[in-house]
Design a protein around this ligand. Structure first.
Ligand code: NAP
Length: 331
């Protein structure tokens, strides 16, 4: 495992991190499925331990994943270990009507942080993220004040924001202009390279960068076929239509697979290597739920030549646009 500095902070993070959304298991909030279908806690614990053995020291979770269950499992496995870095998120919650809502008030954030610390069995959160805060929340200022207060109180070490999948710019620009926060989480993968300008700008200003959804829900591994089915409580059941999968595989097989073969690696390892080819990236966090995922996502990583990296950048413009737009339409 290779390690990189997380921006200007003193955190050194593994290039591959652990995306811990799916281990939160099934959760239905007011009729909205917010999980990846059922998970098996025993397997999740094995996956967390396998990740640590493979050198993964960065774990990305949220208080909303499985309504606290993902944090709880991480707390049970790692507790207060100092060699494990925990990034969690705040701001999404169940509203009084039982439906998903957001809350970026200072009181709520401070209370939610206490709850996360308790579930994680830690005395400090290494990196605390505003989950889906929008510019109006940042302008209001209460959430920024809360983050600074939590930092002063020693409950968090660093903080940042997780940017919106298809519009990463406004919140990134706002925080960068004010030199606030220490990092950004953004979507970056072969299909969706929208956030590259924000990433380059933030990287040059000393922000740490976390790349999420590197496999676009597993689609970029090539293992999902038009015949694949997902349970009703897996959000992919409405996001990944057979047509979208078919169109994705066509591009993958004709334009990307030959490169993976030339590097003697898998499609998923190539997809991760592409992201690691950007110097601004601190860590890439594939969603992991089994020891096998750990193995697949930590082996076969390669350094792409400049020309090959550029080719994959260009494919984004020439081939992936229609897929990205179809994804965007699904939200
Ligand atoms: N707003 C936010 O802040 C936000 C939003 C989304 C995600 N995230 C974070 O980013 C993490 C990763 O995103 P993601 O889980 O959406 O996307 P992802 O990594 O692109 O896809 C994850 C899924 O792909 C499959 N997979 C993983 N590794 C594989 C491999 N090597 N080969 C084949 N399939 C593989 C698994 O599905 P199967 O289980 O079906 O095999 C896994 O659940 C999340 O866990 C979460 O921590 C944050």
């Amino acid at each position: 495992m290779n390690y990189r500095k997380f921006g200007n902070t003193d955190l050194t993070v593994s290039e591959i991190g652990f995306g811990a959304w799916a281990i939160g298991g099934t959760a239905n909030v007011g009729g909205v499925e917010i999980g990846w279908g059922p998970s098996d806690d025993e397997v999740s614990v094995q996956a967390l331990n396998a990740a640590l053995d493979a050198g993964i020291n960065f774990y990305d979770t949220a208080d909303f994943y499985g309504l606290g269950h993902s944090e709880k499992l991480i707390g049970e496995v790692f507790g207060n270990r100092k060699d494990v870095l925990i990034a969690t998120k705040v701001g999404q919650k169940v509203g009084t009507d039982g439906k998903p809502t957001v809350d970026y008030s200072k009181e709520y954030l401070i209370e939610a942080c206490e709850n996360s610390l308790r579930r994680l069995k830690r005395d400090v959160i290494d990196y605390y993220q505003l989950h889906v805060a929008r510019v109006q929340h940042l302008e209001d200022g209460a959430c920024i004040e809360a983050m600074e207060t939590l930092k002063e109180q020693g409950k968090i070490r660093y903080w940042g924001s997780s940017l919106i999948t298809f519009s990463p710019s406004p919140e990134a620009e706002f925080l960068m202009q004010k030199h606030q926060g220490n990092g950004f989480q953004l979507v970056l993968n072969l299909i969706n390279q929208l956030a590259v300008p924000e990433m380059e700008n933030a990287g040059s200003q000393g922000y740490g960068i976390i790349a999420r959804m590197p496999l676009q829900f597993g689609l970029l591994s090539g293992k999902i076929t038009p015949e694949s089915t997902f349970s009703q409580d897996d959000h992919r059941s409405y996001r990944l239509t057979p047509e979208l999968i078919r169109n994705t595989l066509e591009i993958l097989n004709s334009k990307v697979l030959p490169m993976a073969k030339a590097y003697e690696t898998s499609l998923s390892a190539l997809a991760l290597s592409f992201i690691l080819g950007f110097k601004e990236i601190s860590t890439v966090i594939p969603g992991i739920r089994t020891p096998r995922h750990v193995e697949l996502n930590t082996q076969g990583l390669v350094q792409l030549s400049k020309a090959d990296h550029q080719y994959l950048r260009e494919l984004y413009q020439s081939d992936w646009q229609q897929i990205m737009q179809a994804m965007q339409a699904k939200g």
